[in-house]
Ligand binder design. Sequence first.
Ligand code: HMG
Ligand code: NDP
Length: 409
Amino acid sequence: MTTAADLADRVLSGDLALHELEAHTDADTATKARRILLAQNADADVDVDLSTIGDFSFDAATAESAIENMVGAVQIPVGIAGPLTIDGGALPDGKTHYLPLATTEGALVASVNRGCSAIQAGGGANARVLQSMMTRAPVFCVRDVHEASAVVSWVRDNEDRLAAAAMETTNHGELTELTPYVVGDSVFLRFGYDTKDAMGMNMATIATQAACEVLESETAADLIALSGNLCTDKKPAAINAIEGRGRTVASDVVLTREQVKDRLKTTPEAIEEVNTRKNLIGSAKAGSLGFNAQAANVVAAAFLATGQDAAQVVEGANAITTIDVRDGDLYASVTIASLDVGTVGGGTKLPTQSEALDILGVRGGGDPPGTNADALAELIATGALAGELSLLGALASSNLASAHEQLGR
Ligand SMILES: CC(C)(COP(=O)([O-])OP(=O)([O-])OC[C@H]1O[C@@H](n2cnc3c(N)ncnc32)[C@H](O)[C@@H]1OP(=O)([O-])[O-])[C@@H](O)C(=O)NCCC(=O)NCCSC(=O)C[C@@](C)(O)CC(=O)[O-]
Ligand SMILES: NC(=O)C1=CN([C@@H]2O[C@H](COP(=O)(O)OP(=O)(O)OC[C@H]3O[C@@H](n4cnc5c(N)ncnc54)[C@H](OP(=O)(O)O)[C@@H]3O)[C@@H](O)[C@H]2O)C=CC1
């Protein structure tokens, strides 16, 4: 029988490539062989003990579509914030939610938890998904602007042909928008899809490839890159903040002056002033795309817990927080322009991440399709609202440093 140690030796001697191990043994033994290899490869005076990374709770084979050259898993502590009730478009009426958050930042869960307690005191939040559209924007080369204009005209006249080609590749996805952009001899087509419960980046990419093949066969356009960065995936971009990407989702709440005092230890006016000077003026002066305090904290922690693509936190930070004092009470809202979430596919299939989705009752496909991912977006947006309320409250009452001294060190 081939042991993990034998396989590690074969890789070290150059007989096998790192990624070929699974062809010679089961997935768990392959991860062990790589850990042995790393220990043997370490400098003599360094003890590379990977026993904790190697002590993971699921079968390595279940992670095969999520990782290559696997050696194990890192563990991030998961906490919960709640209870939270939300009047959402996709969430069941009257249900009490607890939001799983995976983070290593002490005080973060406490902060969101406090925000949730304020929202609960206020009778719960409202939340709605306003748009659902995953985008992919290939770039084509043409001879000159005359040809660019001709290609755009062809696209306008043949959207149904492009849509038909794209739709042949998926049972769930629907092409809902197709917008051309021209820059000299470059033509970009921004394809927008309703990807239902999938975050949809693989789905949109595969569908767009099929549409590009039709365009190339019918016009002079030459596909240069299937992603031309106008999508825009995993980079800060104004187009996502303006046009939206993935889910565009908003959440809001009204708190009385007494609730603000009791839960956030400050006044509506003080929170409004912090929001105006920090989130609005400060962000404008900084040239920021995100006019919020810590939306990315909640998006990142929820993404890690529920198996979303962590790099897309970049887009999840495209959020605007508004605060208004209304007749002495506090109105607060968070609108996230581009929240890329799914409840099927990608990392959502991993066992621990699936369990986190179960906490929220949104694992897998929704009925009708799309409703589970909408519900997840509404939950994350409301978690972000809770985080904003608590942090703005802490800043207004000069409690940020002391909170982190107490909880985060
Ligand atoms: C830390 C608190 C919540 C204390 O807040 P507090 O009001 O002093 O504490 P409290 O003991 O009166 O408790 C109030 C509520 O907070 C929650 N709470 C309280 N303690 C815990 C705990 N241990 N575990 C879980 N929940 C906790 C809990 O809901 C509790 O209600 P209760 O259940 O007692 O009725 C508050 O001071 C706070 O939220 N501070 C802000 C901290 C924060 O938001 N940190 C986020 C990260 S900062 C960052 O990364 C981004 C930044 C700041 O750089 C971005 C920027 O530039 O703005
Ligand atoms: N390719 C790329 O350029 C990029 C890929 N990624 C990665 O893409 C992955 C996510 O892509 P994604 O397309 O979401 O996932 P998957 O590639 O895992 O595909 C999910 C598939 O699930 C099927 N499905 C079943 N039930 C449903 C339902 N209710 N709603 C929607 N789809 C359903 C769909 O099949 P069908 O289509 O047949 O209907 C869908 O295509 C992540 O791993 C991410 O890291 C991230 C960024 C870029």
